[in-house]
Design a binder for this molecule. Structure first.
Ligand code: SF4
Length: 426
C-alpha cells in the first residue's frame, strides 16, 4: 500500500504560557509500572530503589498481592562509593534468582529511581551485563522512573523509548504499516484495530506490544499515531529509526477520535467517503453517550493542575464537545509540536501553565473558584476543604477513555463529582 507524505504541522501561535518552576505536587515516573506491567504480559519491572519506592508501588498497585507480581523493588541501602561493587553484585544476584524462579519473564526492565545510592549505580551497564548472561531467553533493558527526572506519565515515555532500539528493522521495500504508540487497555486497542481493518489499513502494530516477542518492525515505511500526549522521547526515538509521526488531535471524544483516525486514513490514502461511512456509527454512538452529560457540564468552569500531561487534550474535549470553560490548563510539560492541533482548538483566552509552583497555583484556584478542579491525589483534600469539587487525574489515566466507545464514560468521569456535589448540597 502506498502512503501519502504528511506535512509537519506549522507551530501554532501559542497563547501566553505561564511557566512555573516551583514546588511540584506530582507522582514520579514509577507510577507507570502500574499500567505497563498489565500491558506487556511477559515483562517484569524491577525497581532499583528505596523503601519509599517500594511503598509507592505497593500501595498504588496493592491488588497484585493475590497473584505472582510482575514488579518488585530491589532496595538499595545507603552505602558509599566503595560499596558500589557490592551493590552491583547484589543486583546481579537478585536478577539471577528472579529469572531462575520465573522463567516466563521474557523482558526485564531495571527501573532507576532517585536515591543517591541508585543514581551512583550505572543501570544501563548493569542491563547490558545481565543481558549478556540471560539472552536470548530474557531481554534486559533499563530506564529511569526517578522523581527527579520524570513526572507520573513520563515513566511510560521512558519505558517505551527504551524499547525502540530493540525493535527489528522493517525490511527494505516492506509495505507501509501503522503503529499505535502508547499503552491502551486491550479492549480499546482491539476497537481501534477493528476500525483500521474496516478502513482497509491491514498492517497495524502497537507499542508497547502485549508480548515481548511481538515488538513491531520499524523503518521509513512506518507511520505512527500517538495515543497519548506524553510520549515525546518515544516519538523522537521512532523518528530516529525513520518512522513518521501522523500529527492529529488525540482520540478523546467524537472530534478527537475522528481526527486521529482520519490522520491515518489520509496517510494511507483511504477514500474520504469510505472513511465517513466507517466512522459514522461510532461518531453517533459517542455523540449520544456524551449528550447525556451535557446538562451537568455545560457552562461549568474547570481548572487543571499539572499532573498527567493529558490536561490539554482533555480541556479541548470538554470545551469543544461539552461546553465547559477551562479557566487554567496546567501541564507538567507542554510538547508544543505534538499538541499543536489541540492548542489551536482550545477556547481563546484559556490560561495555559507549564510546570508548577503549587502555592501560587492554589492561590489562583482559590481566586477563580472553579466548579471543578482536576488534580493529583495530594491536592484533592485541601481543595475540597476550600469548597472546590475535585477529580483525581490518576483516574483519567487508569480508566479506558480513548475512542468513540469510551467517550460517554470520559464525560461521566467529569460529571460524576459535580452530580455528587449537587446531591450533597440538597
Ligand atoms: S523514585 Fe523517587 S520520587 Fe519515586 S517513589 Fe522512589 S524516591 Fe520517591
Amino acid at each position: 500500500m502506498s502512503v501519502a507524505v504528511v506535512d509537519r504541522p506549522v507551530a501554532a501561535s501559542l497563547p501566553p504560557v505561564l511557566r512555573e518552576r516551583g514546588q511540584r505536587e506530582v507522582f514520579c515516573g514509577l507510577t507507570g509500572i502500574i499500567w505497563l506491567h498489565r500491558k506487556i504480559q511477559d515483562a517484569f519491572f524491577l525497581v532499583v530503589g528505596s523503601r519509599t519506592c517500594a511503598h509507592l508501588l505497593q500501595s498504588a498497585a496493592g491488588v497484585m498481592v493475590f497473584a505472582e507480581p510482575r514488579f518488585a523493588t530491589a532496595i538499595i541501602e545507603e552505602r558509599d562509593l566503595a560499596g558500589l561493587a557490592d551493590a552491583n553484585e547484589e543486583l546481579d544476584r537478585v536478577v539471577d534468582r528472579l529469572l531462575a524462579r520465573r522463567p516466563e519473564i521474557k523482558l526485564l526492565f531495571l527501573v532507576g529511581s532517585c536515591p543517591s545510592e541508585v543514581i551512583k549505580l550505572d543501570l544501563s551497564r548493569a542491563a547490558s551485563r545481565l543481558e549478556a548472561k540471560h539472552a536470548p531467553r530474557t531481554r534486559i533493558l533499563n530506564y529511569s522512573g526517578s522523581g527527579i527526572e520524570t513526572t507520573f506519565t513520563q515513566g511510560e515515555d521512558a519505558c517505551l523509548a527504551a524499547l525502540v532500539p530493540s525493535m527489528p528493522a522493517a525490511p527494505a521495500g516492506a509495505p507501509a504499516s501503522l503503529m499505535i504508540v502508547g499503552a491502551l487497555p486491550d479492549v480499546v486497542e482491539d476497537q481501534f484495530r477493528r476500525t483500521f481493518a474496516d478502513l482497509g489499513i491491514p498492517a497495524v502494530f502497537t507499542l508497547p506490544p502485549r508480548r515481548a516477542a511481538d515488538l513491531a518492525p520499524v523503518g521509513p515505511n512506518t507511520r505512527f499515531l500517538l495515543a497519548q500526549p506524553f510520549l515525546g522521547d518515544t516519538a523522537a526515538a521512532l523518528e530516529d529509526r525513520g518512522a513518521t509521526h501522523l500529527p492529529a488531535l488525540f482520540p478523546f471524544g467524537v472530534e478527537g477520535t475522528t481526527a486521529w483516525l482520519r490522520a491515518a486514513a489520509a496517510a494511507f490514502k483511504i477514500d474520504p467517503a469510505h472513511f465517513d461511512r466507517v466512522v459514522a456509527p461510532g461518531r453517533e454512538r459517542a455523540a449520544r453517550a456524551i449528550s447525556r452529560h451535557r446538562a451537568v457540564l455545560t457552562g461549568k468552569t474547570i481548572f487543571f493542575f499539572p499532573d498527567s500531561q493529558l490536561e490539554v487534550p482533555l480541556a479541548r474535549f470538554l470545551a469543544q464537545e461539552l461546553g465547559m470553560v477551562p479557566v487554567e490548563v496546567g501541564t507538567p510539560y507542554l510538547h508544543r509540536a505534538h499538541l499543536v492541533h489541540e492548542l489551536a482548538a482550545l477556547p481563546t483566552g484559556t490560561q495555559l501553565s507549564e510546570g508548577q509552583d503549587v502555592d501560587r497555583q492554589l492561590d489562583r484556584a482559590r481566586a477563580y473558584r472553579p466548579d471543578l478542579a482536576v488534580c493529583g491525589l495530594g491536592l484533592a483534600n485541601p481543595l475540597e476543604k476550600l469548597g472546590i469539587t475535585t477529580k483525581w487525574s490518576i483516574e483519567l489515566v487508569f480508566s479506558p477513555v480513548h475512542g468513540f466507545d469510551q467517550a460517554g464514560d470520559l464525560a461521566e468521569l467529569f460529571a460524576r463529582p459535580l452530580n455528587r456535589r449537587d446531591r450533597l448540597a440538597v
